[in-house]
Structure formats: structure tokens, C-alpha cells
Write a protein that binds this ligand. Structure first.
Ligand code: ATP
Length: 394
């Protein structure tokens, strides 16, 4: 896992801590971590943080969340809630609640009764129940729907009832597993902002599972990007996007150009990357690197400027436009470099573009050196084999 040196967790005593957590469902040989669903996850989630687990299907997000909830026992490692080891502590004794994609509301009960259900079972005094239900329905903006049945509500409203039902118990942390997955895109986007507002208002730690990168970027204080049962990076949204730690993170979050090359010189803070086709670019060095190392550089399509002549920057590459796609707010150019590799460039359609090339035109691609970032992992063997000269689009 990439060390998160730039972004320490916000509090010293984490609300939730995972220490080398492993979950092997038993299909693999004992001790074979590489086949486990969760393969040694370390996380430290701060009190009041909106923390997302992001990754593709099957990467172990839900399993991780279910272990925090107490629905699954880890086969290795430790889970601590507010410093207390949770081994053997059942889910209903963990002071956390979970919200799922399926709301599972009682159809025959009103909104208010659905929300009050858990408190009644706990025999909380009637007046307190009334006050708490009223307050939480206000928070999720459903006060005027208190007497309705679930079927009389929209999907987004039903999900807010499910959220109110979990929050009314005043858990110390709320775990959410793709809670907006069943909603259409517009509703999903407005609910993302709603959820963030509600979380800020109640001040409870939220751990949110999603495979939707836009959703994680919109809502989270920090994101853990998972791949094959491991965490590849933990950082705030901007850092995950601007400074992806690995090729996987660069490719999973947004569109990214990956440029393979060999470092020919290394000086304080900068290096020169030889692309193998006679072209060289200057790269910022933020870690320790040695001359001769084969590395990958990532640069986002919107950070690149197209010009007809060579730009006055140390980070530039020549190429020929292969494809032009008009996208409304921007135009996407696919440019093939001298080495035959493809790069994507987004230029805003706001009149600031210095050239608007057509297919077949020769162009220069340039970017501020600071807008590129050297990945910490070595490129896959296939990317290095061709003379380390293959920018690839992920
Ligand atoms: P999705 O976004 O599709 O829900 P996920 O990232 O949440 O995926 P998990 O549900 O945690 O992934 O699953 C991780 C791996 O563990 C998968 O390969 C899955 O098949 C496996 N797995 C999950 N639950 C079990 C189980 N009860 N028994 C055996 N294997 C399981």
C-alpha cells in the first residue's frame, strides 16, 4: 500500500482501525493470502470522517465493511472500534449501524413508525422516541412525509427513511454499502450532496462503499482505493486524482495517460525520462529514484495543452492527431506519438485553445512539469518490454 504521508488521519485516536486484516473464505490453501478476498488491509478512520472504500467489483469492499460491522469475522488481523478490539464482539454490540442498497422498509408501517421501530424494541420512553424521530426526519427532510407508507415515496425518499432509521439509534459510526445503487443518475447525484450534508450535520463517522469514482470524489474526506483485496492508496479525493500512487489508481479514477520510460538523469527534485523514440521529458521526482530505473509517468488529459509549435516547457511530446471527438464542454483528441503510442488530451471549448487541430495534423503536447506524477510502482513487464517507450491510455 502507498504510504499516505501527505494526509495523516484527522484524529490521533481513530474511530475505526484495521490492522493487517485478512479474510479468506476458505477456498484457498491455509495461509495463501494471494487468494483471499481481503489480503492484509490497514486502515485508520478518524472520528467524524466521511471515508470511502472505492474499487471495482470483487475487490473486497463489502467484505471489509461486513467485517467492521461484525457480520463476518476476519481470518487474520485486528479490528478496533474506538481503540477496542472487536474480536468476538457480535454485530449488535458494536455501536454501529449499516445501510444497504435495498432499503428493507416495513411496507405496512408509516415512515415515522419505520424510523421508530428500533427504539420501540429497545423500550426507549415514548416521548423520547417521538422527539428523536421528529428530529431525524427533519434532518433527512421528510417531516411532511411522516405518515406516508414507503410505497408512496420515491426511491431517494425511501433511502432517506432507511438512513433516518439507522441514524435515530445514534450509532458512533454508520456503514453504507452502495446505498444509492438503485437510484437513477440524477437522483443519485442529488442524494450524494444530501448524504454529505446529513453526515456533516450529525457528525457521525461514515464508511461508504462504492465502485463509482465520481461518487467517492464528491462525498469523501478520504478515499481508500482497493484492488484485489488490497488497499493501493488512501488519500483525500484531490490527492487520489492528482497524485495517484499506482497505475491502477491512475486508471481507475478518471482517464489517465501513462508514459513509460527510463530515467536518464536524476537531480534534486527532477529527472529526465527517455521515452525510447528520441524524445525526452522532464519529470518531477517526489520520492527516491535512481538513474536507469524504468518508471511510469502519469498525466491527466485536461492538464495537456496542444500547440502547433514546440512549447516552452521541459515536458512536451510530438505527435499526430488520430481522432477528434466533440464532447460539449471539451473536445477529446487522441494523439499518436512518434513511438506509436496513444495519448488522450481534453481541450476546453471556451475559446482558450491555441489550436483546434484536425485528424492527421502534427501537434505538440505540453504540460507543466508539476502536473505530471511518477508512479511508485514499477510498470508491468509488458509495458517495459518495448523499450520502455509506450505511453498507454488507462
Ligand atoms: P461488489 O462491488 O461487486 O459488491 P466487492 O468489492 O464488494 O464487490 P466483495 O463482495 O467483498 O467485493 O467480494 C470479494 C471477493 O470475495 C469476491 O471474489 C467474492 O466472490 C468473494 N466472496 C464474498 N463473499 C463471499 C462468501 N460469503 N463466500 C465466498 N466468497 C465470497
Amino acid at each position: 500500500m502507498a504510504t499516505d504521508t501527505l494526509s495523516p488521519p484527522p484524529t490521533a485516536s481513530p474511530a475505526i482501525a484495521l490492522v493487517d486484516v485478512v479474510k479468506d473464505f476458505g477456498g484457498a490453501e491455509a495461509g495463501a493470502r494471494d487468494a483471499a478476498a481481503v489480503r492484509g488491509v490497514d486502515l485508520s478512520i478518524g472520528e467524524g470522517e466521511f471515508f470511502s472504500l472505492l474499487g471495482p467489483s470483487g475487490c473486497g469492499k463489502t467484505t471489509t465493511l461486513r467485517m467492521i460491522a461484525g457480520f463476518e469475522e476476519p481470518t487474520g488481523g485486528q479490528i478496533l472500534l474506538h481503540g477496542r478490539d472487536m474480536v468476538g464482539v457480535p454485530a449488535n454490540k458494536r455501536d454501529i449501524n449499516m445501510v444497504f442498497q435495498s432499503y428493507a422498509l416495513f411496507p405496512h408501517l408509516s415512515v415515522a413508525d419505520n424510523v421508530a421501530f428500533g427504539l420501540r424494541r429497545k423500550r426507549v420512553p415514548k416521548e423520547e422516541i417521538r422527539d428523536r424521530v421528529e428530529k431525524i426526519l427533519g434532518t433527512v427532510e421528510l417531516t411532511d412525509k411522516a405518515d406516508r407508507r414507503p410505497r408512496q415515496l420515491s426511491g431517494g425518499q425511501q433511502q432517506r427513511v432507511a438512513l433516518a432509521r439507522a441514524l435515530v439509534n445514534r450509532p458512533r459510526a454508520l456503514l453504507l454499502d452502495e446505498p444509492l445503487g438503485a437510484l437513477d443518475l440524477k437522483l443519485r447525484q442529488s442524494m450524494q450532496l444530501e448524504l454529505k450534508r446529513i453526515q456533516r450535520e450529525v457528525g457521525i463517522t461514515f464508511v461508504y462503499v462504492t465502485h463509482d469514482q465520481a461518487e467517492a470524489l464528491t462525498m469523501s474526506d478520504r478515499i481508500a482505493v482497493m484492488n484485489h483485496g488490497r488497499v493501493e492508496q488512501v488519500a483525500p479525493p484531490q490527492e487520489v486524482y492528482e497524485r495517484p500512487a499506482t497505475a491502477f489508481v491512475a486508471g481507475f479514477i478518471g482517464t489517465s495517460n501513462l508514459i513509460g520510460g527510463r530515467l536518464t538523469s536524476v537531480e534534486a527534485g527532477t529527472g529526465v525520462l527517455d521515452l525510447g523514440d528520441g524524445q525526452r521529458v522532464t519529470v518531477p521526482l517526489r520520492g527516491s529514484h535512481t538513474a536507469g530505473a524504468v518508471v511510469e509517468l502519469t498525466v491527466r488529459p485536461e492538464k495537456i495543452t496542444l500547440t502547433s509549435g514546440s512549447a516552452d516547457t521541459a515536458s512536451r511530446i510530438r505527435g499526430t492527431v488520430r481522432e477528434v471527438v466533440y464532447l460539449g464542454t471539451s473536445t477529446s483528441y487522441t494523439v499518436v506519438t512518434g513511438a506509436g503510442a496513444e495519448m488522450t488530451v481534453f481541450q476546453p471549448n471556451d475559446g482558450t485553445a491555441s489550436v483546434t487541430p484536425a485528424r492527421g495534423d502534427a501537434v505538440w503536447l505540453s504540460w507543466a512539469t508539476d502536473h505530471s506524477y511518477l508512479l511508485t510502482t514499477a510498470p508491468a513487464p509488458a509495458a517495459t518490454a518495448a523499450g520502455a517507450a509506450s505511453p498507454t491510455l488507462r
